[in-house]
Ligand binder design. Structure first.
Ligand code: UTP
Length: 297
């Protein structure tokens, strides 16, 4: 039996340059898919997987993110007084218990690996999850829950993976696996942002991980990797070199790359179409748009 995973790290200290000028003052994680910030999707997924302690690695300019998790007693009282019970419930579902959230600063954006290793003291000697809020995954069973269930069988370190198109693979961490026959795949090697034509497979690492503290210790002797940053992929790959098991987990669900503009827009449309209150109006608009474009061609 492996130790239960109850802690999750949310690295949110990146600069978010692809969304400038918005990210000059709005953290990327506060940007909304319809009416819910990206971070809310990540928190809900973590809760569903049994996470009890939420560790945010933040940076300068992210105070809106910290404010988002404050309770809003005045707003709650006003919604209650005006009988807006549905809205009140939505609001209350975002409340986090005191003492369950910790904020840490990454003083310089030295990479995802560095951001995660900033949380080392809070992690102690337990396995932990890492969730990148800009990878949003729509799934019947939330992705991290799928992974926690698989991890209960395997232990070791586990990364979420999916196939991506050959022309996109060089933007990802990529897995070299023993066999692709099942959802859980033993990893032989992994490489961050391989040069074009050098990727060992088309299995890309997606922003969900279950790791153990050994991975963080690996940063003691690892230098900077791809892009001059401390890469989480390198620290996980070092586990394999040290003879410890790493698994790729091919999750069920649809992933949206909300760190990119096109991915964010696709997610916005998909999540809006999934909503009873928006579906009809939006699909009428999309059908009209399609017809107009078709006629113009
Ligand atoms: P990205 O590679 O998407 O970088 O980081 P970014 O800064 O968020 O966005 P762009 O590329 O400039 O538009 C992936 C994840 O790692 C975190 C980010 O916050 C994001 O969740 N990260 C990245 C850190 O926390 N610290 C870093 O130094 C780098």
């Amino acid at each position: 039996m492996h130790k239960r995973v109850t802690k999750a790290i949310f690295p949110v200290a990146g600069l978010g340059t692809r969304f400038l000028p918005a990210t000059k003052s709005v953290p990327k994680e506060i940007m909304t898919l319809v009416d819910r910030p990206l971070i809310q999707y990540a928190i809900d997924e973590a809760r569903a997987a049994g996470i009890e302690d939420f560790i945010f690695v933040t940076s300068r300019g992210k105070s809106a993110l910290e404010d988002y998790f404050d309770h809003a007693p005045d707003l709650e009282a006003s919604l209650k007084a005006s009988g807006k019970h549905e809205l009140l419930e939505i609001l209350q579902n975002t409340n986090m218990d005191s003492g369950t959230i910790a904020y840490l600063r990454q003083h310089k954006p030295l990479g995802l690996g560095h951001a995660v290793s900033c949380a080392r003291k809070l992690i102690g000697n337990e396995p932990f999850a890492v969730i990148l809020p800009d990878d949003v995954i729509a799934a019947e069973k939330p992705c991290l829950q799928q992974m926690v269930e698989a991890y209960e069988e395997t232990g070791g370190a586990m990364v979420a993976t999916m196939e991506v198109a050959p022309d996109k693979i060089s933007s990802y961490g990529v897995l070299d696996v023993e066999s692709q026959d099942s959802a859980v795949m033993k990893v032989n090697a992994m490489v961050e942002k391989p040069a074009k034509g050098k990727a060992p497979s088309n299995l890309a690492v997606i922003g969900r991980y279950i790791l153990n503290p050994n991975v963080l210790c690996n940063f003691d002797h690892l230098g900077r990797g791809a892009g001059g940053e401390y890469q989480l992929t390198d620290a996980i790959a070092h586990e394999i070199t040290a003879g410890r098991n790493v698994y790729g987990y091919r999750f069920e669900g649809q992933r949206f790359d909300c760190g990119s503009k096109a991915g964010f827009l696709q997610a916005t449309v998909a999540f809006a179409l999934a909503r009873d209150d928006l579906r009809d109006e939006l699909s009428d608009y999309l059908a009209q748009l399609h017809a107009t474009r078709h006629a113009a061609q």
